[in-house]
Design a protein around this ligand. Structure first.
Ligand code: NAP
Length: 668
């Protein structure tokens, strides 16, 4: 049966994404409906059905999930009691039967019912959260869409924007520019969209944040196959969005940006690209949005002897297409998020597995980590209008401030590992989870027990596969370091040579070399990387003094690492850039250059904020910090705060630059 459209979202442009909300009419029997509801995520279903049917009984107090208490794990059904769940299922089943019998009328929710449903799920959200929640729900319209259009704002002015990178952030930027009617070109060094999701195709690669919340607010896919989908699904999603929005038509693939040079006379950027065939080209743009990601440049440690190794070796993000490890002796160096996915995926195929660990990861109990969306839930997602949106909203809200309080430093807290009371309870919960898996292996428990506070580096989702893999008789976990690599393997400090055929470097990325290796020269010949000196900083993570009309997404100090997802901060930065460009055009200015004072004040505040979080005070290594020990990647505050700071660009923070080559009245 074909999916049908329902309800239009006023204010939204037709952009090829409408079909994401289409559902099938219900023809199922009562019993089939009941069976589907048995597998539903109930809080989100109640909200969706209340909005669909207008029946407030579904979101009454007695069915509201209890106040949320985030711990290491997340309670199923929002912690609803068994009694409340049973009642919710009964009511939901009845509502769906009535909805079916009424011929599945299209929803037409009022603002009031939407707000009641939002408050039902986000029970502790103060009024200040409402605009953010509306933005994430995206009903009745896409709230992040620019509220201006170039055809009205500056119809005669030539204004071209270059977007660097066609990963998630680049696709979002391009889509928003298209919505605003601004000319743009995206440059992508790879042959396809996707960014990290294109390049990281190692075995086992999948999401480690809940999937529905890991999607654009403007492209809410209703039918993810898994709770934490695989790389191929995420890659397909990005490709589908790029195709359906026509962003894809404006991407120059296999084209790497090598330099950006600002011309003060014309207030434009000269952008030099190099194509895969070596061809160099210079083009001029009025503004640049960088969308290169923080985790795109592999870090390979400088281990003596690597050049001598006669086997195969590669970084996790550069796993050769089709490379098969079956029957081979494999070393995996590193035990971060990438290794955590690779090791369990290959352990049953390889002849021998040696995992080289420097610091063990903290693991968050996540029993549903490898779970498919249950058939009943999938059926509901295909038949209940906007259910996917409400499920995404619910996941977003649960994670919105997420585990931020659990990584807070309590002044005066005195513990060799944890940094505060809540952090200690998180540590104990994670330790109990680990100990339960290793009752039979005290040797492994010792090696796998972290000696740094939870949250000081990325915590991993765990459903037991990591310890199961390491317990295999042909697997070993080596924790004493690496002295060298020889022709045939990896040597450890005790002089043992671990002979292997393959070495996988799951050793992370050069996160703090943000925007390298692009040479970026701003006003007065200021070289961005020289000026940063390895310590990247930006105002709101987006703009840097001396580099007018250069907007960054995923920039310094925008990484939300225990709350929200990278998509959230990227969308914030994109919407900020669009707000800035809109005001620039409306005001007839050529360019905007962030002032020193807001830049400094922002960075001081963020630095102080990071020192109130586990990652800021812990001595352990991680991609959150740069070579100076400063947390240059992480955002230490709430999502709400970042959203509010970036909702609208305040031109008072900027020096506005005139340009003699165009006339503000639209001529030239
Ligand atoms: P990572 O988290 O930075 O981990 C790198 C690992 O390599 C760490 O265990 C590190 O040890 C180790 N290492 C680095 N240099 C080493 C050396 N010289 N000798 C031995 N070990 C060394 O990198 P990643 O695993 O690629 O993950 C990076 C980030 O990407 C994650 O934090 C996450 O944000 C993202 N990611 C996401 C997903 C997902 O969503 N599915 C999957 C993968 C990655 P130390 O801990 O001692 O530094």
């Amino acid at each position: 049966m074909n999916k049908v459209a329902f309800g239009t979202r006023p204010g939204r442009q037709t952009d090829g994404l409408e079909k994401l909300d289409h559902v099938l009419p219900i023809a199922a029997s009562d019993a089939e409906i009941e069976a589907a509801v048995a597998e539903a995520d109930l809080p989100a279903l109640l909200a969706a059905l209340a909005v669909l049917t207008g029946n407030d009984r579904l979101i009454a107090d007695d069915l509201q999930p209890p106040p949320f208490q985030m711990g290491a794990s997340i309670k199923p059904q929002g912690g609803m009691s068994a009694e409340a769940q049973a009642k919710a299922r009964r009511l939901a089943t009845q509502s769906l039967i009535v909805y079916r019998d009424n011929g599945c009328p299209p929803p037409d929710p009022s603002a009031a019912v939407l707000e009641r449903a939002m408050r039902f799920l986000a029970r502790d959200a103060g009024d200040e959260y409402l605009p953010l929640l509306r933005h994430e729900l995206g009903l009745p319209r896409d709230m992040g869409a620019p509220d201006w259009h170039k055809s009205q704002t500056a119809p005669n002015r030539e204004f071209r924007v270059a977007v660097i990178g066609a990963g998630l952030s680049g696709v979002a930027a391009a889509h928003r520019l298209a919505q605003a009617g601004v000319d743009y070109t995206v440059f992508e060094k790879n042959p396809d969209v996707g960014g990290v999701w294109w390049s990281n195709s190692y075995p086992g690669c999948r999401l480690d944040t809940p999937n529905f919340a890991y999607s654009f607010s403007f492209a809410q896919k209703q039918d993810w196959p898994e709770q934490f989908s695989r790389q191929i699904e995420i890659q397909k999603y990005i490709a589908d969005v790029a195709r359906d929005t026509s962003v894809r038509d404006n991407i120059e693939f296999n084209t790497e940006v090598v330099s950006l040079v600002y011309d003060e006379a014309t207030a434009t950027w000269s952008l030099r690209t190099r194509r895969a065939d070596g061809a160099i080209r210079d083009q001029t743009f009025n503004a640049i949005i960088t969308a290169v990601g923080q985790l795109s440049r592999p870090a390979i440690p400088d281990i003596p002897g690597l050049d001598r190794f006669r086997g195969a070796w590669f970084h996790s993000a550069e796993w050769p297409a089709g490379f098969d490890v079956a029957g081979k002796r494999v070393a995996v160096i590193g035990t971060g998020a990438s290794a955590y996915q690779i090791v369990p995926s290959i352990v049953s195929e390889v002849a021998e597995l040696k995992v080289f660990q420097r610091n063990p990861p903290w693991m968050l109990p996540t029993p549903n980590y490898h779970e498919l969306i249950k058939p009943g839930m999938a059926w509901l997602l295909h038949h209940v209008p906007y259910y996917g949106r409400w499920f995404r909203f619910w996941q977003f809200w649960i994670a919105a401030e997420g585990r931020l309080p659990l990584v807070a430093v309590d002044p005066g807290w005195d513990h060799p590992i944890s940094v505060g009371r809540a952090n200690e309870s998180l540590r104990l919960e994670c330790m109990a989870h680990l100990e339960a898996q290793l009752v039979d292996r005290p040797d492994l428990l010792k090696k796998l027990t972290p000696t740094y506070p939870p949250g000081a580096k990325r915590m991993l989702r765990d459903n037991g596969v990591w310890t199961s893999a390491l317990k295999q008789p042909h697997a070993s976990l080596l924790v004493d370091g690496i002295t060298s690599i020889t022709e045939t393997g990896v040597e450890t400090p005790d002089g043992t040579l671990h002979e292997v055929d393959v070495i996988v470097f799951a050793t992370g990325f050069l996160a703090s070399d943000y925007l390298a290796p692009i040479k970026i020269v701003g006003r007065g010949g200021k070289d961005l990387h020289v000026w940063w000196g390895g310590d990247c900083r930006a105002y709101l993570g987006i703009t840097v003094p001396g580099f007018p009309n250069l907007f960054m997404t995923g920039g310094p100090n925008t990484g939300v690492v225990v709350n929200g997802s990278a998509i959230f901060s990227a969308e914030c930065a994109v919407e900020y850039a669009l707000s800035a460009i809109g005001q620039l055009l409306a005001g007839g200015h050529a360019a905007m250059d962030v002032r020193d004072a807001p830049f400094r004040a922002f960075n001081e505040r963020v630095d102080a904020g990071n020192l109130t979080k586990a990652w800021g005070v812990a001595k352990t290594t991680s991609w959150y910090k740069n070579q100076f020990g400063r947390a240059s990647q992480t955002w230490p505050f709430s999502l709400l705060e970042y959203w509010r700071l970036t909702e609208t660009a305040d031109l008072a923070d900027y020096e506005l630059l005139p340009d003699s080559t165009f006339r503000a009245d639209g001529g030239g």
